[in-house]
Design a protein around this ligand. Sequence first.
Ligand SMILES: Cc1cc2nc3c(=O)[nH]c(=O)nc-3n(C[C@H](O)[C@H](O)[C@H](O)COP(=O)(O)O)c2cc1C
Ligand code: SF4
Length: 435
Amino acid sequence: MRNKRLPSFGTANLIKKSKETHPLTWRLNKEGNTIWLKEYIKKDGYLAIKRTLKELTPEEVIKQIKSSGLKGRGGAGFITGIKWSLTNKKNVKTFLLCNADEMEPNTYKDRLLLEQEPHLLIEGMIIAAYANNSNKGYIFIRGEYIDAINIINIAIKEARNKNFLGKNILKSDFSFDIFIHSGAGRYICGEETALINSLEGYRANPRNKPPFPGQIGVWGKPTVVNNVETLCNIPSIITNGVNWYHKLCLPGSEDNGTKLMGFSGKLKNPGLWELPMGITAMEIFEDYAFGMINGYKLKAWQPGGASTGILLPQHLKVQMCSNGILKLGTRIGTAILLAIDNTIKIVSFLKNIEKFFYRESCGWCSPCREGLPWIVNILKNLENNKGKYKDIDILIDLTRQLTNGKTFCGHGPGAAEPLISAIKYFRNEFDKLMV
Ligand SMILES: Cc1cc2nc3c(=O)[nH]c(=O)nc-3n(C[C@H](O)[C@H](O)[C@H](O)COP(=O)(O)O)c2cc1C
Ligand code: SF4
């Protein structure tokens, strides 16, 4: 059965888009159809790889991506050019992995790019592979993304037929090909080292870092892992240059470029839009999502997926960029915002989120394996009016065991973040459920 299609771009369809202002989405149509090879080429597609292979050395590509300041769009926000420059590629072939696991609840940005702009991703991967001395790339894709898997498969065949993939690409001495690996539906597979284990056929536990994948990654070889959206940014940076890229964001933002941002919940116009880094959450709420549906009020919101903090309506004036959101003690994450309305009880909301994190824990380290089910039990008891006087102290203590450095990977701290902020801003809702 076909997956339900993503709603295409909501109000963004009404906004005039150009390749200068919307490098990720200017080619898309309002029907949400895939941009296949013919149309992609007609709309400047594969110009960046032609230029790269003709004019740039791998070192020059890395220099350009580094100067652009592009940060990874997978959630951690590491500077892409630095990651590439730290990858060991001296006399050794590397692997390129595209992380298309996208299982963060309330996140659907990579799906749009995979389904509608497959050649933009392929072109970004070819350039990344050229820069990092890689002949083989894998797209590790969420198993439920059936349409996306089919579409990418067809696009890869199209690209091979025109020699954008394969041996001696466009008569150069560079060869590269892409293979798809679909996941079996575990959130932890999105963590880059668990992804590598899974690709190798092992249980998806995260690996020790260091060594980082750039030193020892898949099958013991240096490996670059990048998110779908990160890779989709590469072609336009090569074509339009670093200065252009720097000008895309708004004043005050330390993140450059544009970003796919969305807003979901009981909103008049929920959707997904390509927006400049540094836009305020209030602008997205009012000008793109058109505010709450009549009869609902905004009670709280999350800036970028289930593993980011819960914020209040007065925080909407914050700029959507990592330095802006950091001031509120949380992360921009995937930049898909969620509106929590006045009918939702914070304790019940959290119970659902934490249940997800508990189920998705790989069980490798005890604070996460033991702590998350304990948290879920307490939240369930509170929800059923069976809370005890000490519950809030236990919850606070459990979140302290889940901070960075106390767990083996970022899953535990991510699970703690919404709970810590909920206790900070909605303590009264917990207190009144304790006897
Ligand atoms: C529990 C967990 C889940 C993650 N899931 C994803 C994911 O679905 N997609 C993704 O790109 N990055 C995910 N990440 C981040 C990756 O580990 C890694 O930082 C990212 O793929 C690097 O790409 P980027 O530098 O282009 O952002 C996850 C991290 C953690 C800790
Ligand atoms: S924090 Fe959780 S998901 Fe990460 S290694 Fe530990 S048990 Fe596994």
